[in-house]
Design a protein around this ligand. Structure first.
Ligand SMILES: [Mg+2]
Length: 390
């Protein structure tokens, strides 16, 4: 097979194999190393560096850090996209439910557990219904759709498909637009990074804002934002804050947390993850000089505290798509459960993506994506104040 030759020529260029491997593996690494500080209000950088240094200690053996729900669900997304060569909501929903029942102790939130239990019912005909019923019909706006979305950006070369399927994939558990649009934003960030767009950071953030202007111009999104008393286009507003902060020579961690958030709502974590990547494109005085950009991104994400595993997982996916697999320390990969697996499946996504860009079946996903799922978005609502996060 020509894979070796492909690997040799593809490293570094847009949509190269190295970028696919980097994205998928760094997401797992972010999830695994981030678990240590999940929920912590304050995380001194010293503690982060100590934790990361401990991964070099060979006496501890391999796979000492377990992955959480972020990776467990992303693995389901990958397997479904590969097996179905495109998006199939029934198959993906079944995989989420099966994975949860096989390994329930991965840190799932209580709200999503109810959805996953309903998804396992053989009588269920509309797989979007359990998510729609959540929180008295308001739906969840948590970051659970965004944390697992990177594989969509690695399966579909066309940006319209990335947006469409990222949204539908998220809606299996998150029916509020502030949940699924967070997934769309994260998928867009991985998609652009994979193309090399982070070489021009100002253009990168402008492109994200332009895309989200359209995404959030949707009626359901405008309605949800109004009901939740957010800005008219909440993710666009946050991305403008990201742009402001990335242009400051000095930004404190406190300022990042107060402006962007570090919580479990998609709105309080996806723009934060994007900021982590942008901020760490350059060396920072409080991070070791020996660190490359990917190591800086992961370390910085952990130092923000809050939902550290998910923020580091999302930042890891974006950074990994930019820096490639070579930027991830081998010692980190060895310590993280599922990282080597992710590396192997990344090659298969790479093949699917390039097959799709030549007009293969994965491009459209039409065979499996029912219009019924489009209705799901119209019907989604979150009609009261924010208690729908999960
Ligand atoms: Mg988690």
């Amino acid at each position: 097979m020509a894979m070796t030759a492909v690997r040799a020529v593809a490293v570094g260029g847009p949509a190269s194999l190295s970028r696919f491997r980097g994205a998928l593996v760094a997401a797992v690494v972010g999830d695994c190393v981030g678990g240590e500080f999940e929920g912590a209000e304050e995380v001194p950088m010293e503690n982060v560096l100590q934790h990361l240094n401990s991964l070099d200690d060979e006496t501890k053996g391999n796979s000492i850090l377990d992955y959480s729900d972020d990776t467990a669900m992303a693995r389901c997304v990958v397997q479904s996209l590969l097996t179905r060569t495109g998006f199939d909501e029934q198959d993906m929903a079944r995989r989420f439910a099966k994975e949860y029942s096989a390994s329930p102790g991965r840190g799932y939130g209580s709200g999503v557990i109810q959805v996953l239990k309903k998804l396992s019912s053989p009588q269920l005909s509309d797989v979007y219904q359990p998510a729609r019923d959540q929180f008295n019909g308001r739906g969840s706006f948590g970051n659970g759709g965004a944390m697992r979305v990177a594989p969509f950006a690695l399966a579909f070369p066309d940006i319209a498909n990335v947006k469409r399927f990222a949204r539908l994939g998220a809606m299996l558990t998150h029916s509020c637009s502030l949940g699924y649009n967070g997934a769309v934003l994260q998928a867009l960030a991985v998609h652009l990074s994979l193309q090399g767009a982070l070489d021009l950071p100002q253009e990168f953030i402008s492109k994200l804002i332009n895309e989200m202007e359209e995404v959030e111009g949707d009626k359901a999104a405008l309605n949800d934002a109004r009901i939740l008393k957010e800005a008219e286009k909440p993710f666009c507003e946050r991305l403008r804050k990201v742009r402001y902060l990335m242009n400051q020579s000095k930004v404190s961690i406190e300022e990042v947390i107060s402006e962007l958030g570090n919580g479990i709502a998609a709105l309080h974590s996806v723009p934060t993850a994007i900021f982590c990547v942008l901020h760490c494109l350059q060396p920072r005085e409080y991070l070791p000089e020996s660190y490359g950009g990917l190591e800086r991104t992961i370390a910085y994400s952990l130092a923000l505290g809050g939902d550290t595993d998910t923020i580091a997982c999302m930042a890891g996916a974006i950074a990994g798509a930019h820096y490639g697999i070579e930027a991830i320390p081998q010692s980190w990969i060895k310590c993280c459960e599922g990282a080597q697996d992710a590396d192997m499946t990344a090659e298969r996504l790479y093949m699917l993506y390039h097959q799709s860009s030549k007009g293969g079946r994965g491009e459209t996903g039409e065979q499996s994506c029912k219009d019924k799922s489009e209705e799901a978005s119209k019907a989604s609502n979150c009609t009261e104040k924010k208690n729908g996060a999960e």
